[in-house]
Design a protein around this ligand. Structure first.
Ligand SMILES: Cc1cc2nc3c(=O)[nH]c(=O)nc-3n(C[C@H](O)[C@H](O)[C@H](O)COP(=O)(O)O)c2cc1C
Length: 507
């Protein structure tokens, strides 16, 4: 095996800089080669499938309450097979069939840059009623589980993640990226999009778990190599990006049968990924190498991202961002989480109707309300808002870190359209959110792995904005396509990079 190059030069910032959109880079993109477009569902060749039952119950939780992290009402569901069907059927499902000529494609409960859906979801199940212990792949288009390993691997995963796990999870979700699905269109920049997409999708999972009375957390620090082997991935094409334990059981028992020391043989299982006519993207390979962790690096990184305790939070996140008793959002509709998730879609047809600052402030609180995760709090991306049509707040650029800071006032609509690669719909949005972070400083403090976590955290907040917009009868649309340097200049960021943007407004 080849020696792994040192992780300091080039640094992860070099990947970020080299995948920045510039006037020239967006014109170099080239035509899409439809003959090589990968399928957006992973299909195994000849592995037994277990159908999930139709969800016999759905969470009744109110979407706004869940977004604001209010404690869930009622007893937690039991994570047996019907409970699992409810969790997956609500959070990760197909929402619309789209027909274009001969082609049919499906949109999902979570958005995805370019509708390319690079994510897959695996489950490590142990002691789940109705399901043999093992590692499963979830096919959302067929609503089935495919078993890729038999046995109890719960303890193995726990031992290869950072942080303290005082409780045994009822289930462990693992999200992976099939990079070529996104790189097919977005080339080297796709590595960023895969983590933004993952943030959107895991927010759905975590919020649905919360709606079902369960707790979850997002774990970025884990051993990529071991997890990849556990899932039997072809690691050239698919890479784990996040571990999501779902809690709802008792304290950890003694060591389980497959303890952390188990040796996993590496064998990628045959799937349609083998037929991909993929192109090599050295910049993505470099970013993967720089941000991956294995062996001792997991412990070192966990020690740098100190203080994480997977079992500490009662529900999801700390209530600090939400003022006590805050309510009174004018056009807030009482809709269920299920409805918000299932009707969510990207909206670009905004209407010119001002929204009130009070309502926007509540949305921003809900958006910033954190999910439990191992990211050091100071590494979470900062938020700037370009206000375009909000009554009670002058148009301009504002930063939000719990309170509001004015950066500049004025009409920035032309500049927003320009920065967002001339995407004209952004002009009509009531406001546009931009997430940014001092990537250089954070990578120096926490190691390059933090780059993944920052993008994923921005995606999580983006999903909350989408869902908050649904509650209000408004619309939202993610914006991964922006000129990086121009966005930074527009927002007057000195030492921070923009990682994501999203438009919101009445429709
Ligand atoms: C990370 C990310 C980046 C996106 N970037 C853009 C964008 O720049 N422009 C745009 O019109 N839509 C963008 N979208 C929206 C997707 O095109 C949309 O989610 C996808 O087509 C599926 O449609 P749906 O969201 O209505 O289900 C983005 C979505 C995500 C998650």
């Amino acid at each position: 095996m080849k020696a792994t190059p040192p992780k300091t030069t080039p640094d992860i910032l070099a990947y970020h800089r080299e995948t920045a959109h510039t006037y020239d880079s967006v014109r170099r993109g080239g035509e899409l080669v439809w003959a090589t477009k990968p399928r957006d569902f992973k299909v195994y060749q000849s592995l037994p499938e277990k159908a999930l039952p139709d969800p016999s119950f759905l969470p009744e939780a109110d979407a706004w309450a869940v977004l604001r992290g209010e404690p869930s009402v009622g007893a937690p569901v039991t994570l047996d097979l019907p409970g699992l069907a409810a969790l997956l059927g609500v959070s990760w499902n197909l929402t619309r069939e789209n027909v274009y000529g001969e082609a049919i494609w499906y949109t999902r409960s979570y958005p995805s840059a370019g509708g390319l859906y690079p994510l897959e979801l695996y489950l490590v199940a142990q002691g789940l009623d109705g399901l043999e212990d093992g590692v499963y792949h979830y096919s959302l288009h067929k609503f089935v589980l495919t078993r890729v390993r038999s046995g109890d691997f719960n303890e193995l995963v726990i031992s290869r993640c950072g942080g303290t796990w005082p409780e045994r999870p009822a289930l462990i979700g693992i999200v992976t990226n099939v990079l070529w699905r996104s790189a097919w269109k977005y080339h080297s920049r796709a590595y960023r999009y895969c983590f933004l997409d993952a943030g959107h999708a895991v927010a759905n999972l975590a919020l649905t778990a919360h709606g079902l009375g369960l707790r979850s957390c997002l774990i970025h620090v884990f051993d990529d190599q071991v997890i990849s082997r556990l899932l039997c991935l072809d690691d050239k094409r698919e890479a784990p990006c996040l571990v999501v334990p779902i809690f709802g059981r008792g304290p950890l028992p003694g060591p389980a049968s497959n303890s952390g020391s188990v040796e996993l043989t590496s064998h990628a299982l045959a799937s349609d990924l083998d037929t991909y006519q993929d192109t090599a993207y050295p910049l993505i390979d470099q970013a993967r190498r720089l941000t991956s962790l294995t062996g001792q690096e997991v412990r070192e990184t966990a020690a740098r991202w100190v203080g994480f305790d997977a079992g500490s939070s009662a529900d999801h996140g700390s209530p600090a961002a939400v003022p006590p008793g805050a309510g009174g959002v004018d056009d807030l509709k009482k809709i269920s989480l299920v409805k918000a998730l299932w009707q969510r879609r990207s909206h670009r047809q905004y209407v010119q109707r001002p929204v009130s600052w009070e309502t926007v402030a509540q949305v921003l609180d809900a958006v910033r309300y954190p999910l439990v995760s191992d990211i050091p709090p100071e590494a979470g991306p900062g938020l700037s808002v370009i206000v375009q049509q909000v009554s009670g707040l002058a148009p301009g650029i504002y930063r939000f870190d719990g309170s509001r800071h004015e950066v500049a006032t004025g009409d920035f609509r032309d500049a927003v359209v320009k920065v967002c690669l001339e995407q004209g719909f952004t002009r009509r949005a009531a406001f546009v959110l931009f997430w940014h972070a001092p990537l250089d400083r954070l990578a120096a403090a926490y190691g390059p792995r933090i780059y993944r976590a920052i993008h994923l955290a921005a995606g999580v907040m983006g999903e909350k904005a989408y869902l908050a917009a649904e509650v209000l009868g408004w619309g939202a649309c993610g914006i991964g396509a922006f000129y990086d340097q121009e966005a930074k200049e527009l927002l007057q960021l000195a030492d921070e990079e923009v990682v994501y943007a999203l438009s919101v407004g009445p429709i």
